[in-house]
Structures are given as structure tokens and as C-alpha cells.
Design a protein around this ligand. Structure first.
Ligand code: GLY
Length: 572
């Protein structure tokens, strides 16, 4: 039975006939106005994956910065102390709420393919996918977006010069720090790959080995590159000395970047996706992230149910069925909005969600094989998210990544820049999965200058009484983690509870529900199995960082995921 395809076609017809939301000129949906918020908390909250990064944010706030200056400090410090997850050679997506003028903004600092991208580079001579070029070395790296994104954030929304907001990262890189066990473990895991490139080995394997536990580790080359950015803005990275070193190193190792690719890179402001749910406005990531579209579609489906009145098994059943349908669409349609036309009006329409809801049976799982076929994604963990609310009520969530663990493992000589391996987030080879199991459609095929699809979903939830900034790493599980975080927040949970909540995940294919130990009691698991679900136990995933704001007493709360000891949520 292909009821969903039929209903999709029918609904598209209805929408073309006059229903649905308008499409903005840039292809992104128009934002709805922000829920009014006249107060200010009077103090600030930051939650990030590393205590040095959280403290760097507070250092910059103490110098007179706002949330956006603090975000520059947190992101650049994470580049130094958590390079396995994000950094100067990667990219990010940021959702901002600007208190003055009550505006919501999205910054796309996603990497882009170099103009000379050649899909054949990702194939072996026999036509099978070459996983090495997709994931390691300079061919796996997109043109970084992080420096341009931070420069834009500081210039348009910050109060301080980059020389102040980048100072903590520069100091820590120059003076050194003790890497935490997660970074040491990542270096050990990737030692063989790091040894392939002399500059990677020089950075991560001093004396030929990963740093010892407790040893001070320094990165003077990265400190120098951040100093150039502090002096010159993004020109310190995309032009001149750094650009030349990046292009030389990439070429010497078989890559295809040009100076023009770097000079052409721009971080872009896009209209965020906004969706209203149970009296809250959720502001989240538009394409080239798939996250916001999927979250909006799921919430639009769920708004038709009274989840609070259901037992846990039925609540989970409807949430999983909504996830299943949203992931099917995410896989089928989404890509870089500057390159592909996407049916966003349809995907975000409440009428479309009504149609999808009709296809959900009350006590039975819909096998994914009964829905029109789409590709699959598996989770990955090597990304980072942080959340900030400042004393004036500015809010920012940034999810930042170099993609897989330690990105491409390729460091460009003389720069300290570890390049991402984000090219693997394109559908490089038709019908062959990427590292997350993603097959992808033509919408996400690689093209020169195009940005690869992401799951990053930094989200801001704005309500009359309470607001929150929520996000997490975790590949495709980012979307379901953030969704569950939003639902828990709207149910009244604290930042600590939201970060700690047990998780479940469904992504259309494979057709299983990933379950964290303890998420369901025995009776719920039993009921779900009887409805036809396959429950697959999985080791804990995610690294959620949440800041909440109660407008009634202006109290902030910040929490870092208790599953990962290096994080710090702090209010001052
Ligand atoms: N590289 C993971 C993501 O952007 O979703």
C-alpha cells in the first residue's frame, strides 16, 4: 500500500490550489513574528561541552560582551579544547534570538564543496564507494565556515572586537591545557590516520604518541591563525597567509581547493524555521539543515494528539510514527536551498501533517516499507552544541562540527587547522550510504559551491512564562534529541531534567526504535513490541547542553548532559 505517496500528491495539489505558507524569496519559509518578551534575566547562563569553553564565555561577558560575543569565545575555545568535535576547520549553524527588536535570526556557516569537486574522487576504480577519500584527508573536507560565521556573528550582533572575544582561545592554545579523556581517546582511536600526514602527527602526536594523561598540550599554530582572524576578521583565514598555507597543504596532499574557493566563502543569514506548538514558538534550523523541517513536521503531526492523556506506550507510538514520516521526507527532499527547490510549503503545512496523521493507526506500527522508500541515517557523536542566554535576554544556540571524529584527521601545515570531513554529508555516491548510513537523494548530490545537508538543529523555544535554548550533537539523532528536549521543556521540566532524560530514536530506516537503557518500563516495552515495534538497545548517545529562562522570576538554569563529564552548565 502506498497511501502516503498518494496523500502527499493530493496534499501538494491542495496546497498548490491555494493553501499553505508563503515561500520567501531565498527559498526559506518566512518567519512568524517572535513571541513578545520584554524582560531581562539580569544574569547569564551558558552550557557547553567543556568547562574551559563555558568559562571563556563568562570571561567575555565580564568584559562587557553579550551572548553573541560569548558564543564567539565558546566556539573558538571548543576548537582548541574539543577538536574531535568541532573547530576552526569546520562549520556551524546558529539560532539567535535578539532581545532588542525581538528578532530571530539563523546563521548558516556550513562548509561548502570546492568548485573543482569531482564525484569520481569518491569512487574506487571498480565503481564501489571510496570511503577513505570521503572521510580522510583533504578530499573529504569542505571549505570551512566556522571563521566566517564567527566573524559575522561578532560584527553584526556582538559588542566587542574579535581581539577580545577570541582572546581566551588564543591564550589556551598558546599556554596549553590538559586534554580530557574523551580527546585523548579520540587521538588514540585515530592515531593511524593522524600518522599519515606530518602536520597532523606534529599537532596531535607530540613525540610520536598521543599526549599522556595530565600532560600540558599546546597548539601554537592554531593560536597564530586565531590571532590573524582577531586582527583581520575573516580575511585572516580566507585570504593572505592562512589561505595560501591551506591551499598549498591541501594540494600537496592531493586535494583540490583554490584560493578563489576560500575567498568566495560567505556565512549566510537565513530565515529560521518557526513552528507554534502548545503555546510556544519553536525557532530552529532551516535547510541546509534538515533538522528544523523535521522537527516542525513532527510537532505539526503531534499537535493533533493529546499526548498528556495517553499511557507511555501510546505516547511513544505517536511520537515514533511522526519521527518515521518526518525522516522519510527529510531523506527524500532536502538539500542546499541555494541549489535545490524543496517543497517546504508542503512539508511545513498543517494540512500536510493532517494527512500524515490520517495514515497513523492507533495501536499499530506502520512498517517503513509501507511508506514510499527513502534512504537511512545512523547516528554519530562527533559534533558539539552550546547554549547561551545573557542578562539582557539575548539567546543563542550553536551546533558546530568537523563531522566525524577529528574530522578528516588532516591538519594543514603551519596553520593548526584540522580540516573537517563534511564532504561525506553529501550523497557522494547514489544509493550508497555515508558514515551515518545516509543514502541521500539528488537534492543532496555534491556540486561546486554547494553546502552539504546537515542534521544540526540548534533550537530556541519561546513561551509566555518560560524560554529555552536546546541542542545536541549526534548525527541524525540530533533531530530526535532536540524534539524530545522541546517536548520535555514544554511539559515543564528543568534544564537538568531535559539534559538527563533517557532517549529513544526512530529515523524511518533502519525500521527500529533505538532505546537507551531505562527509557521505557517493562510494560511499555511490551506494549510497543505488541504494536509491531522492534526495540534496539543502544549505548547512551548525545551531549545535550540546555539553558532555560523562567520569565516569572527571571531565573536562569544551565545544564550539561550528565552522560559526559567534561561539560559545564553554569549561571552567574
Ligand atoms: N556532520 C553532521 C551533521 O552536520 O549533521
Amino acid at each position: 500500500m502506498n497511501f502516503s505517496l498518494r496523500s502527499r500528491a493530493l496534499l501538494l495539489g491542495l496546497l498548490l490550489a491555494g493553501g499553505g505558507a508563503a515561500m520567501a524569496a531565498d527559498g526559506a519559509p518566512k518567519a512568524s513574528p517572535s513571541t513578545a518578551m520584554a524582560q531581562r534575566p539580569g544574569h547569564a547562563g551558558i552550557a557547553s561541552a567543556n568547562f574551559m569553553a563555558t568559562n571563556a564565555g563568562f570571561e567575555v561577558l565580564a568584559k562587557g560582551g553579550n551572548a553573541f560575543d560569548a558564543a564567539v569565545a565558546v566556539a573558538s575555545t571548543l576548537s582548541v579544547v574539543e577538536p574531535e568535535s568541532s573547530g576552526i576547520g569546520g562549520g556551524f549553524m546558529a539560532t539567535l534570538h535578539i532581545a532588542k527588536g525581538n528578532r530571530n535570526v539563523f546563521i548558516d556557516a556550513r562548509e561548502m564543496a570546492p568548485m573543482a569537486v569531482n564525484p569520481k574522487d569518491y569512487l574506487n576504480p571498480d565503481g564501489t564507494p571510496n570511503r577513505d577519500t570521503a572521510l580522510k584527508g583533504p578530499l573529504s573536507a569542505g571549505i570551512p565556515g566556522e571563521p566566517a560565521g564567527l566573524a559575522l556573528l561578532a560584527k553584526r550582533y556582538g559588542k566587542l572586537p574579535l581581539s577580545v572575544s577570541l582572546a581566551p582561545a588564543i591564550r589556551i592554545a598558546r599556554d596549553g591545557f590538559k586534554p580530557d579523556p574523551r580527546l585523548l581517546g579520540s587521538i588514540k582511536e585515530e592515531q593511524k590516520n593522524l600518522e599519515r600526514w606530518p602536520a597532523s602527527a606534529a599537532k596531535f602526536l607530540p613525540n610520536g604518541q598521543p599526549p599522556a594523561t595530565g600532560e600540558i598540550w599546546r597548539d601554537p599554530d592554531q593560536a597564530h591563525t586565531w590571532e590573524l582572524i582577531a586582527e583581520q576578521g575573516d580575511a585572516g583565514f580566507y585570504r593572505g597567509e592562512t589561505a595560501q598555507k591551506l591551499v598549498d597543504a591541501v594540494h600537496a596532499a592531493g586535494g583540490n581547493w583554490t584560493l578563489q574557493d576560500l575567498a568566495n566563502y560567505r556565512a549566510k543569514e537565513r530565515t529560521p524555521i518557526t513552528v507554534d506548538y502548545r503555546g510556544y514558538q519553536i525557532v530552529t534550523a532551516p535547510p541546509p539543515s534538515s533538522g528544523g523541517v523535521a522537527i516542525a513536521e513532527i510537532l505539526n503531526i503531534l499537535r493533533g494528539y493529546d499526548l498528556a492523556q495517553m499511557d507511555q506506550a501510546h505516547r511513544v507510538h505517536y511520537i515514533v510514527e511522526a519521527m518515521r514520516r518526518a525522516f522519510r521526507d527529510h531523506n527524500d527532499y532536502l538539500g542546499d536551498p541555494d541549489f535545490v527547490k524543496m517543497p517546504l510549503d508542503m512539508l511545513l503545512s498543517p494540512y500536510y501533517a493532517d494527512g500524515l496523521r490520517q495514515s497513523i493507526l492507533p495501536d499499530q506500527a506502520t512498517p517503513s516499507s509501507m511508506l514510499p522508500h527513502g534512504p537511512a541515517q545512523d547516528p554519530g557523536m562527533h559534533t558539539t552544541h552550546f547554549s547561551i542566554i545573557d542578562k539582557d535576554g539575548n539567546m543563542v544556540g550553536i551546533t558546530s562540527t568537523v563531522n566525524y571524529i577529528l574530522g578528516s584527521t588532516f591538519v594543514a601545515k603551519g596553520t593548526g587547522v584540522l580540516l573537517n570531513d563534511e564532504m561525506d554529508d553529501f550523497a557522494l555516491v547514489p544509493n550508497k550510504p555515508n558514515v551515518y548510513g545516509l543514502l541521500g537523494s539528488k537534492a543532496n548530490a555534491p556540486e561546486g559551491g554547494k553546502r552539504m545537508l546537515s542534521s544540526m538543529s540548534p533550537s530556541i523555544v519561546i513561551g509566555k512564562d518560560r524560554s529555552a535554548v536546546i541542542g545536541s550533537p549526534g548525527g541524525s539523532t540530533i533531530i530526535t534529541q532536540v524534539l524530545e528536549g522541546i517536548l520535555h521543556f514544554i511539559d515543564g521540566q528543568s534544564a537538568q531534567q531535559i539534559a538527563a532524560d533517557k532517549r529513544f530514536h526512530h529515523q524511518f530506516l533502519p525500521d527500529v526504535v533505538d532505546v537507551e537503557d531505562g527509557v521505557f518500563d517493562a510494560a511499555t516495552s511490551d506494549s510497543l513490541r505488541k504494536m509491531g515495534y522492534t526495540l534496539k538497545p543502544r549505548e547512551a548517545w548525545g551531549f545535550m547542553n540546555v539553558v532555560t529562562w523562567d520569565h516569572r522570576d527571571n531565573k536562569l538554569d544551565a545544564a550539561s548532559d550528565p552522560r559526559r563529564p567534561s561539560g559545564l552548565g553554569k549561571v552567574e
